[in-house]
Design a protein around this ligand. Sequence first.
Ligand code: HEM
Length: 452
Amino acid sequence: MSLLSSLHLSWLVWAVLAAVLVRVSLFLYRALHLLYTHPLARVPSAGFLAPVSRLAWAFPHEYRGTITLDLPRLHAHLGPLVRIGPNEVSYYSMEVYDAVHKAGSHFGKDPRVYGGFVQDGHPALFSITDPGEHARRRRLMGQLYNRTRVPLLENLMLEHIQHWMRCISRNSQAVDLAIALTYAAHFSFGTTVGAVEAWAAGRELDLVAKNDELASWMPVITNLPGLWSGLESFQSRVSAITRYQPALWRGLGEFEEWSHMTFGNFVQGKAASSLSDSPSPVLIETLVRSGLPPRTALAEAKENMGPGTDTTSASLAHVLWALAHNAAYQDALFLDLEQIGFATDMASLEGVPRLRACVKEGVRWAGAAAAMLPRVVPEGGVELHGTFLPEGTVLTSSPIWYLRDATAFPNPETFDPYRWLTPDASELRADTLRDKYYIPFSKGANVCIGNQ
Ligand code: HEM
C-alpha cells in the first residue's frame, strides 16, 4: 500500500514538473517569437522586454503617469515607430496621425482601453469602438454640440461663471484655480453637484475628488482588469460585513447615487435643475427626446464628465495663471474687451484677436488631453514608414506631443500668445505648419465633440 502511494507520489511530481516545463517552454517560445520572428520584430523597442508583455514596459510607465513624457524622448532616438507591447506600436508622425484619425477612418478605438470608460454597460460616444455605431451616435449628439448650438449654452455658462465669481469674492484665501474650475463644468445632467459651494466652504466633495482619483487607476483597470474586479468585489464584501468603505469607493458610490437620483427625478418628470428657468439644453433630456434609450442617455451624461470636465478646467486654469503672470498682455486684453462692452456672445468674443490668441496658446500650453489615443489597424494591415503592420496591431500616439513640437512651436515650453498674432496684435497671423500641428482636440472622426 505504502509502495503504491510512493509510486503515485513520484508520478505526481513528474507530472507537475512536466507541466511546468511545458509552460516554461511555451513561454520562452512565445517570447522568442515576439522578440525575433513576429511581424513587428523589425520595429525598434521601447525596452528589451517591451515586445514580450505590456507589463514589462508600457504598464509601469502608464502607472507612473510618465508614458506621454517618456515616449517622445525615445522617438527622438528610435524614429517615428516604437514598439511598446507585443502587439502595440507608438508613433510620432503627423503623417501617420492624419492617416489613422482622418474622417471615415477604419482604425477603430482600442476596446481594451476605451472599454474601461463604459458606464453601466452602455457604451457612449467616447467609448464606442465600432466606427459605424460611433458615426451614428455622433450625428445624434451633433444637435447639442454643433457650433450653431453653442449660443444656447451662453446663459448656462454665464450663470456658472457669475456664481463662481461670487464665491471667489467671498473667499479671502488664495484660490487654487485647478480645483476651483473643475467644479464649473456640469451641464450634462441639468443640475449641479454643488461642488462650487463645497469648494467655497473649504471642502472638496468626495464625489468629485474620487472620480478624479479613479483616472489614476485607469492603468490598473485596463491592464489588469481581473485584479481590479477582484479588488472591487473584495471591498464590497468587506464593507457589507464591517460597514467600512475606503474613501475611493465611497466617493464613487456617491457619484453613482447622485447620478441615478438625478436621472430618476428626470424620468419621473421632476426637473431637479437649479437652472430650471434657463433655456439651455440638457444632454440627457435632448438625447431621450431623440429616441436614445434612457439608460444609454444616462451613460452619455456620466461618461461626458470624463473628457469634458478636467480638460476644460485644466485649460482655463492655465490660461488664467499665464495671464496673471503677463500683466501687460492682460491689461491690453482688458482694454480690448472693454471696447466691445464686455460682450459675452461668441461672435463678439471671436472678433478679439488677443483673446483668441491667449485661449489657443493656453489650450496648447496646458495640453490637457495628456493621454495616448490607441487605435486598431483594420483588415489588410497597413504600411507605415516602410514597415508593414498587420491587422489587429494597436497604433497609439498622443495629441500633446504635436502641441509641444519644437519645429511647429519654437520654445514650446513657453506660454507665448504672440506666436498667434501679427506684430501689432490686430489680427491672427497665418502659419501653416503651426496650424497643422495644433491638434489639442485631436482631429478627424473622433475630434473632440466639445471643441466648439
Ligand atoms: C480644452 C478642453 C478639451 C480638450 C483639450 C479636449 C480634448 C479631446 C481629445 C484630444 C479628444 C479625442 C479623444 C480620443 O480620440 O480618444 C476628445 C474627445 C471627446 N471630448 Fe473633448 N476636450 C475638451 C473639452 C471637452 C468638453 C467641454 C466636452 C463635453 C462637454 C468634451 C467631450 C468629448 C467627447 C464626448 C469626446 C469623444 C468624441 C468622439 O469620440 O467622437 N471635451 N476631447
